[in-house]
Design a protein around this ligand. Structure first.
Ligand code: PLP
Length: 462
């Protein structure tokens, strides 16, 4: 299995190479050259398997020969052993034909643990075998950073630096990044927005001298291995509702388009998915684009669903690549236009996108109201992101097709918003109840590339 860049100018790589490098050197994102297919019988055979067994069957064809079957199965087992629920991704019913996929039982209480935990294992195994070490730098609006730190802390062959926007993440998110005591963990609070963090990260990747010098690796949602790990729960949940013999739809609270793109890959692999619904907060570039065709950036408006407060959805580039019939030059041109503020998706490409994706946007007031009403009418305390999904799903779902809404974080990760809406303050699970007592360790940094690069150099040479 080979991986090619969405901008058509970087060399094709193996799974392992694409995973270790993150972003392609032409600025593009890696995608598989071909998509492995699962027949209806293959999908039916997933019924009754454990999450880990399902994960093995879904991911195996993408991973190539770098890992043996035995090693790969062992890494999957280690990745999910620390989850607080035996089903890993349990499905609960909200209403007739509406289901909630709880993706928040991992160590940092957000869905990002599903991908990050297995990526940590895969990195460590590959680097040990190669006798190499890497410097991981990630940008986060909150959840990616804590999930990455949790996955990479204490690993021998890795330093992990996380850039988060100072003062713009929740206290639980911040503490999950600043309290791990391991020496290879570096939490950096940047003066700026998440988009600034993401922009500086991209700058580092495009600064090849620095990139090669520190052996820079990325684990943001642009890393293909992350998308791949997220494909698994689309299969596991759909199968438990009767796939492949019954179609299902999904609604996904969306920021960087990584999670929902995994759903699109599941569909391309043969899972009978009817609609993939993008749910956004007031930062609605994706909703505007899917409805009107204009992908136009504007200001970030901070919201009570901070993990979705972004203006540029990095993984959307992967969907555009397919919508433009895998024309890398066309995608490269759109991305050039984006630097000037935006672009218009062609009629043909927009039609191709709409064959798979619907969208909806939810205001702050509607988010709070949904947390409140889900608590009283569905018996579920939702985090603000998941509430956005539930709201859009309730509006757009068809009565005859089961809708699965992804619950992307535990309500206790966003206790202030949840309490404001419902009057209930969700407690942290017991296994992390002492989070507020642990000492914090963080470095405040300016929004300045040169300063960041020298800080990173200095830390890894210690
Ligand atoms: C990251 C995140 C999202 C958005 O996921 P994308 O893959 O970026 O679309 C939604 N909800 C929560 C809680 C998150 O952490």
């Amino acid at each position: 299995m080979r991986y090619i860049s969405t901008r058509g100018q970087a060399p094709a790589l193996t799974f392992e190479e694409a995973m270790l490098s993150g972003l392609a050197r032409d600025g593009g994102l890696y995608v598989p050259e071909t998509i492995p297919q699962l027949s209806a019988d293959n999908i039916r055979a997933l019924q009754g398997l454990t999450y880990e067994e399902t994960a093995f069957r879904i991911m195996r064809p993408f991973v190539g020969d770098g890992f043996t079957d035995e090693v790969f199965a062992d890494l999957i087992a280690k990745a999910y052993a620390g989850f607080g629920h035996n089903a890993r991704a349990p499905l609960v019913q909200l209403a007739p034909n509406h289901f909630l996929l709880e993706l928040f039982h991992g160590p940092t209480l957000a869905f990002k643990d599903f991908a990050m935990q297995i990526i940590g294992q895969l990195f460590q195994e590959a680097l040990e075998r190669r006798g190499e070490r890497v410097t991981i730098v990630g940008a986060t609006s909150g959840d990616t950073g804590s999930a990455a730190i949790e996955a990479f802390k204490g690993l021998d062959n890795v330093d992990v630096f996380i850039l988060f926007p100072h003062g713009r993440v929740s206290e639980v998110q911040r503490r999950q990044m600043t309290t791990p005591p391991e020496a290879n963990v570096h939490a950096l609070a940047l003066d700026g927005h998440f988009d600034d963090c993401q922009a500086r990260l991209k700058d580092m990747f495009n600064h090849f001298e620095f990139r090669d010098n520190v052996r820079l690796a990325g684990v943001n949602s642009i890393n293909w291995a992350r998308v791949l790990a997220q494909v698994v729960y689309y299969f596991s949940s759909a199968v438990s509702l009767g796939a492949p013999d019954r179609k299902v739809s999904f609604t996904v609270p969306t920021g960087n388009f990584g999670d929902i793109f995994a759903g699109y890959i599941a569909k391309r692999m043969g899972l009978p998915i009817d609609r993939l619904v993008v749910a956004t907060n007031q930062n609605d570039i994706l909703h505007r684009c899917l409805t009107g065709g204009a992908y136009q950036t504007s200001q970030v408006h901070p919201s009570i669903s901070p993990s979705m407060d972004i203006q540029v959805s990095s993984n959307f580039e992967r969907a555009l690549f397919d919508a433009y019939d895998r024309d890398g030059a066309a995608v490269a041109q759109l991305m050039d236009e984006l630097k000037e503020g935006g672009f218009n998706v062609s009629q043909g490409a927009l039609q191709a996108l709409r064959e798979h994706f619907d969208s909806g946007r939810v205001s702050e007031e509607e988010t709070l109201a949904t947390i409140q009403s889900a608590q009283t009418t569905m018996g579920e305390l939702l985090c603000p992101h998941s509430a956005i999904g539930v709201r859009v799903a309730e509006t757009l779902r068809a009565s005859d097709t089961p809708m699965i809404t992804l619950a992307t974080a535990h309500p206790a990760k966003f206790p202030d918003a949840v309490e404001k809406a419902s009057g209930m303050r969700p407690p942290l699970p017991n296994r992390m109840a002492d989070l507020y007592e642990r000492p914090e360790r963080v470095t405040r940094v300016a929004n300045d590339l040169a300063a960041l690069e020298s800080l990173i150099q200095e830390r890894i040479n210690k």
